[in-house]
Design a protein around this ligand. Structure first.
Ligand code: HEC
Ligand code: HEC
Length: 194
C-alpha cells in the first residue's frame, strides 16, 4: 500500500517541479524585458581629421607630434612605418653618428645572457657573417681602457643604433652637414681674434 502511494507521488512531484521551473523562466524573461532600457543611439561618427606628415612651424600649430590635428580633435594614426631591409647604408650626418642599421632586427634578442647582435658583429665572428665588426670604441670603458669583450656601456645596441624606416620626417629642419658647409662658396671669413 505505502509503495503504491510513493509510485504516484514521485512522478507528480517531478512534474510539478518541471512546470514550476519553466514558469519561473518565462516570468523571469518577461521581467527582464520590461526592465531593459532602450538601446542608446550609436554616437555620431567623428569627422576624420587629416594627419599631415610634416610639422609646419608657425602655422598655428603647437605640437609637432599632433601633425596639424587641432588639440580638441582626434586624428587618425598614420600607418606604421616599414623597416627597410635592403642592406643599403645611409650616409652619417656627422662623423660620430651611430650608423643606422641597414637590416631588419626582428627577433634579435639582447638580454643579460646573450647578445644576438654580437653573434655577427663581434670581431671574432664578423668574417663568418660578412658583417662590419663593432669599432674599438665599443670595447672601451669610461676611462678609455680597452676591454677584451664588449663594454657594458655599449652592450645594449639599440640605445644608439636604430633601424632604417620609410617614416616621413616629423619636424622640418634645415640641418646641413659639415661637408656642405665647407663647400658653400660664400663662406664668411674667420673672425679676427685680437
Ligand atoms: C645575422 C648576422 C647579423 C646580426 C644578428 C646583426 N647584424 Fe647588423 N649587420 C650585418 C651585416 C651583414 C651588415 C652589413 C650590411 C648588410 O649586409 O646589411 C650589418 C650592418 C649593421 C650596421 C651598419 C654598420 C655601418 O657601418 O653602417 C649596424 C649599425 C648594425 N648592423 C647593427 C646591428 C644591431 C644593433 C644588431 C642587433 C639588434 C645587428 N646588427 C644584428 C649582420 C648582422
Ligand atoms: C653608446 C652608444 C652606442 C652603443 C650602445 C652601441 N654603439 Fe655602435 N656605434 C656608436 C657610434 C657613436 C658609432 C660610430 C663611431 C664609432 O665607431 O665609435 C658606432 C659604430 C658602430 C658600427 C660601425 C663600425 C664601423 O667601423 O663602421 C657598428 C657595426 C656598430 N656600431 C654596432 C653596434 C652593436 C652591434 C652594438 C651592440 C653590441 C653597438 N653598436 C652599441 C654608438 C653606439
Amino acid at each position: 500500500m505505502r509503495n503504491r502511494n510513493l509510485l504516484v507521488a514521485i512522478p507528480l512531484a517531478l512534474l510539478l517541479g518541471v512546470v514550476l521551473f519553466f514558469l519561473g523562466v518565462l516570468i523571469g524573461r518577461g521581467l527582464a524585458r520590461r526592465g531593459h532600457a532602450p538601446e542608446p543611439p550609436p554616437p555620431a561618427a567623428a569627422a576624420p581629421v587629416d594627419v599631415r606628415a610634416v610639422f609646419v612651424p608657425g602655422a598655428g600649430q603647437i605640437d609637432a607630434v599632433r601633425r596639424g590635428v587641432p588639440v580638441d580633435q582626434e586624428g587618425h594614426p598614420p600607418p606604421m612605418a616599414r623597416v627597410e631591409n635592403a642592406d643599403l647604408k645611409r650616409v652619417r650626418a656627422y662623423p660620430m653618428q651611430p650608423p643606422t642599421i641597414p637590416h631588419a632586427i626582428d627577433g634579435y634578442q639582447v638580454d643579460r645572457n646573450s647578445n644576438r647582435c654580437m653573434l655577427c658583429h663581434a670581431r671574432a665572428n664578423a668574417a663568418t657573417f660578412q658583417a662590419p665588426p663593432v669599432s674599438v670604441t665599443h670595447y672601451m670603458d669610461r676611462d678609455d681602457q680597452f676591454l677584451a669583450s664588449i663594454s657594458p656601456r655599449r652592450y645594449f645596441c639599440l640605445q644608439c643604433h636604430v633601424v632604417q624606416t620609410d617614416a616621413p620626417v616629423l619636424v622640418a629642419n634645415q640641418f646641413r652637414d659639415v661637408d656642405s658647409l665647407l663647400a658653400a662658396p660664400e663662406a664668411a671669413p674667420a673672425a679676427e681674434v685680437r
